[in-house]
Design a protein around this ligand. Structure first.
Ligand SMILES: Nc1ncnc2c1ncn2[C@@H]1O[C@H](COP(=O)(O)OP(=O)(O)OP(=O)(O)O)[C@@H](O)[C@H]1O
Length: 282
């Protein structure tokens, strides 16, 4: 698989203050890549650099195999969809009128509106005023707007921040489907569950520097303390090692028909983040 994004040794400063420090990572075509970090760690700044909305002092960024600067060409920019906090909607216009404006901007046929509303589960809502929609529905309209022109690469800045669990799950299933259909996704989040659920790979950002990156499962396994919790039917719990002694305990519980469940104690991404950075993911 080819890399769609290549970031090498990038430094970014704002008025002499270092926001990104020797940042290096790559994203392969078809991946969902999550940037995890607490507030102020540099997630949004990275997204701004990757979409050519901000410059940088050192290093190199390639997107679609060419300098990120090429994204300023409207033709190249059409290959990309960006959803950030600043992705506003016209509250006094209907859903359809909002999307029509973007059809004009991206030179997309109006027929695409019905299709994209179906994709985000908002069929039948086209004539509603945006001001009358719930927060979760507004976010799905924003997502519809972001994917209206069928971009190959999506940049999403905290796409489910402050949404309720049902709305969050809806957005996740839309993103999973888009990814299955071949869209590459870069998203920032400070929600470890989001990262675990939808990302193929994650990078942990701390003070502008990547401290760890890899597939969530690999990170959990490599930081596992190898202990196993055995829950018995009478409610008792035993903590055993992932070794022959532990296996004997499990065998005995099964033989005695006492076993309720066996659970391997892998850390969460939040635990690993705290371990490697000494910080909470908030
Ligand atoms: N336009 C700017 N001018 C000056 N400093 C900035 C600017 N944008 C970001 N910074 C600084 O760069 C650092 C990283 O900020 P950034 O917004 O990228 O963090 P973040 O991880 O996205 O945080 P959050 O989760 O709160 O959005 C912070 O110290 C911030 O104050």
């Amino acid at each position: 698989m080819s890399n769609i994004i290549d970031v090498s040794n990038v430094d970014k400063e704002f008025s002499g203050e270092r926001a990104l420090d020797d940042l290096s990572f790559s994203i392969q075509s078809g991946e969902t890549f999550g940037f995890l970090g607490p507030s102020g760690s540099g997630k949004t700044t990275t997204l701004m650099l990757l979409t050519a909305q901000e410059g940088y002092q050192a290093g190199d960024i390639q997107v679609f195999g060419a300098s990120v600067e090429k994204l300023k060409d409207p033709k190249q920019m059409k290959r990309v969809g960006v959803l950030t906090d600043n992705t506003g909607l016209y509250e006094r216009l209907t859903v359809e009128a909002n999307l029509r404006l973007y059809c004009k901007l991206y030179d997309v046929n109006y027929q695409r509106i019905a299709e994209v509303l179906n994709e985000v589960g908002l069929s039948g809502e086209e004539s509603k005023l945006v001001s009358k929609l719930s927060k979760g529905m507004k976010q799905r309209v924003k997502l519809a707007r972001t994917i209206l022109h069928k971009p190959e690469l999506l940049f999403l800045d905290e796409p489910t921040s402050a949404l309720d669990p049902v709305s969050t799950e809806r957005i996740h299933s839309i993103l999973r489907r888009l990814n299955e259909e071949g869209t590459t996704i870069f998203l920032t989040t400070h929600d470890m569950y989001e990262a675990e659920r939808i990302c193929d790979r994650v990078a942990f950002l701390n003070k502008g520097h990547i401290q760890l990156q890899g597939p969530p499962r690999d990170l959990r396994v490599s930081h596992s303390n190898s202990s196993i919790t055995i829950l018995l039917k009478d409610g008792r719990e035993h903590l055993v090692g992932n070794d022959s002694e532990g296996a004997e305990h499990i065998k005995k519980a099964i033989a005695n028909q006492e076993l309720a469940s066996v659970h391997s104690n892998e850390p969460t991404l939040g635990d690993i983040f705290a371990l490697v950075t000494g910080k909470e993911l908030v």
